[in-house]
Design a protein around this ligand. Sequence first.
Ligand code: XMP
Length: 527
Amino acid sequence: MESLSQEKVLVIDFGGQYNQLVARRVRECNVYCEIYSYKTDLQKIKDMNPKGIILTGGPSSCYEEGAATCSPELFSLGVPVLGLCYGAQLMSHVLGGKVERAAAREYGKTEVDVDVTSPLFCGVTPHTVCWMSHFDYISQLAPGFRAVATTANCPVAAAECQEKGLYAIQFHPEVLHTAEGSKMLYNFVRNICGCAGSWKMDSFVASTIEEIRKKVGNGRVLLALSGGVDSSVAAGLLSRAIGKQLTCVFVDHGLLRKNEGDEVESVFGEGGQFDLNFVRVNAQHRYYVKLAGVTEPERKRKIIGEEFIRVFEEEAKKIGAVDFLAQGTIYPDVVESGLGGESAVIKSHHNVGGLPDFVDFKEIIEPLRNLFKDEVRQAGLELGIPERLVFRQPFPGPGLGVRIVGDVTEEKVKIVQDADAIYREELEAAAAAYKKENGKEAPWMPNQYFAALTNMRSVGVMGDERTYDYAIALRAVQTIDFMTAECSCLPWEVLQKSMSRIINEVRGVNRVLYDISSKPPGTIEFE
Ligand code: XMP
């Protein structure tokens, strides 16, 4: 799946926390880019024939022994290079300038004066705001460079050597806090590197379909479809490319959200909009039997994962040998696995991790392995996959198995499905009303929200009768990376209306609690 990469910018990763963000911002300029480790061989970099190179930030000090570095030759390839933060310091250091430790760290939003005659700052406001995060600074420019930006504490907030196409920025244009950072990156990739900006999702979809056809020929492809965004978009692409040569196996493990199995089937099954062989395996009861009486969360996860492999293996045997096993691996999976786009990654999602050992196939095909999540969503829309599927909130592979505390039973699954459906309906209705009234997204809109079933039963009273029923926990979190999260400040009415409907409409529930824990110390899921 390489043909779109003809016009390519390379992001050389020095370990900075924003490296993926740099790549995303470049792609927002409709320029294709890939991330490679700073250890990548120079010859390999040359062979990729990049239109530009960006060196990211990183935690090292470039003047220290053993610090992450690069070959001086990188700067004389005749390809424009932009160094960001550590990358800027390294460029200066390698080319004969001086980098030193400052007396104090410069951190946070900082006012910066930029020289708008520099092509890097063309169209940028002369006095603007940037995001700084550094201890070291460029105390002396490398020969041939001139400073083109300064802050109160940083004499060289940016530098350039136009003749050689070398640019250095001490701050982080990739971070949204740098007000005009996107413009600066646009100037670099589109004007300085001269990229035409042909990386667009409609052309990605069209050319990937062609590539899949070429690669697969008359072969058969098997895909495990979970109904999540990645596997759905992979299914859509493959179906458009090879139609019935594709078989999608969708395992309903009985731990999906309310009506979810039917929704997936209505899109990808018989009579849906895609031409493919769709196999739905209704394995609910197998899972309930295996999970009966198991209370330990990790054990439950293991059982669910293992059972998935068993079910899939049985289906794969019925289908027989296939030529390709398709996977919905996306670019962050590739980058995070440290392989930097070099070799096939087996996605370590619990649902598909391990599958390749049990399926008779010749090759893996990963049509989305170059895409970021937002690009996957755009491709999904291009393919006509319904918005509710494309913009689905994250849903864990083990499904409601990680939203039921204690043992899982069919009755508990039904309770949590019904309560969750009501809660999502109320929250989404309130969010839509807010958006309509205010013309913007509600500030409390969570990135993930769901109901979970606590294993707690307690005394209540309904009508004249005493009840002894379950407590439902509602969860709503705001998060950027899902590694840390804060509880959303949901409007009281949303919580109250959800509570009242859940208690009235879902049998077996007499209390509704709102989980206000953040992560850490909590987790997002409730298991
Ligand atoms: P936690 O609960 O660990 O969740 O704070 C962080 C994010 O990961 C999702 N999650 C999973 N996703 N398989 C997945 O595909 C899993 O086993 C799994 N467990 C948690 C969770 O929904 C949240 O978005």
